[in-house]
Design a binder for this molecule. Structure first.
Ligand code: NAP
Length: 253
């Protein structure tokens, strides 16, 4: 248990990867956690892991890009767990392609999940945060916000989330709500495994090559990001807001 007072948290995209690790970590910190993902059934493993460790968790199925589904999901969390005052906008998808091959759908899907999703979830959750005069929002940006070949859609969305983060920090700060972004570098998850597969590279070789370029000489694990998010949502981090924390094993330009 850290200094975090028991509060209700929502983590989106929490069926696996960084979201699952974050949900488990926030539960270990003492939060009751809504484990939200597209498919409620897919949240089972994360929820069982939390409950098995004595924590409180609720599986919630919702598409974060769907306004009606988001409204219903946040209302359900408030009713079943209590008012959510911690939100981690983690749900994400990739639709990588070079610009000349990128379809309208590749663009819209990525914008929909990352930007519209974070907007809809934050707008719904801030009602509870401002009422409580306390809140913590963390948005998942990425080192790709700095530019990455084949990711015009994703890098634009992840850079957009940095502006979104700073603006919400300004608007919600007077209500005791902090808003920050974490921008991971290479984290070993299904997402990076899918990138390796798309490039027709063995994942172990892909990881090893990435690690050689990272100053700490390893790739990141979901727990590395979860640890940073745990700090940002802790009670003691109340004077840290509007920041982008790169979790990348070294500095990025
Ligand atoms: P992941 O393993 O692919 O997990 C993403 C999760 O989000 C999946 O469970 C996915 O569900 C869910 N999701 C997708 N669309 C959704 C929607 N519309 N509504 C609700 N849930 C949805 O990804 P990850 O690697 O853990 O990445 C998590 C976040 O960190 C993402 O925002 C990603 O962009 C960011 N990030 C990752 C890395 C990295 O190296 N892995 C680096 C920088 C930033 P389905 O399985 O049903 O699709």
């Amino acid at each position: 248990m850290t200094d975090t007072q028991a509060r209700v948290a929502i983590v989106t995209g929490a069926a696996r990867g960084i979201g699952a690790a974050t949900a488990v970590r926030l539960a270990a910190d003492g939060h009751a956690v809504a484990v939200l993902d597209l498919d409620e059934g897919a949240c089972k493993d994360t929820v069982e892991q939390i409950r098995g460790a004595g924590g409180t968790a609720l599986a919630v199925g919702a598409d974060v890009a769907d306004s009606g589904a988001v409204t219903a999901a946040v209302a359900r969390v408030a009713e079943e767990l209590g008012p959510p005052v911690v939100l981690v906008n983690n749900a994400g998808v990739l639709r990588d392609n070079l610009l000349f091959k990128m379809s309208d759908d590749d663009w819209d899907t990525v914008m929909g999940v990352h930007l519209r999703g974070a907007f809809l979830m934050s707008r719904a959750a801030q009602v509870h945060m401002t009422a409580a005069r306390y809140g913590r929002i963390v948005n998942l940006s990425s080192s790709s916000a700095l530019g990455n070949r084949g990711q015009a859609n994703y890098s634009a969305a992840k850079a957009g989330l940095q502006g979104f983060t700073k603006t919400l920090a300004i608007e919600l700060g007077p209500f005791g709500v902090t808003v920050n972004a974490v921008a991971p570098g290479f984290i070993a998850t299904d997402m990076t495994a899918a990138t390796a597969a798309r490039m027709k590279v063995d994942f172990e070789a892909f990881r090893t090559a990435a690690a050689e370029r990272i100053p700490v000489r390893r790739v990141g694990e979901p727990a590395d990001v979860a640890h940073t998010i745990s700090f940002l949502v802790s009670e003691g981090a109340g004077f840290v807001s509007g920041q982008v924390v790169y979790v990348a094993g070294g500095p990025l330009n």
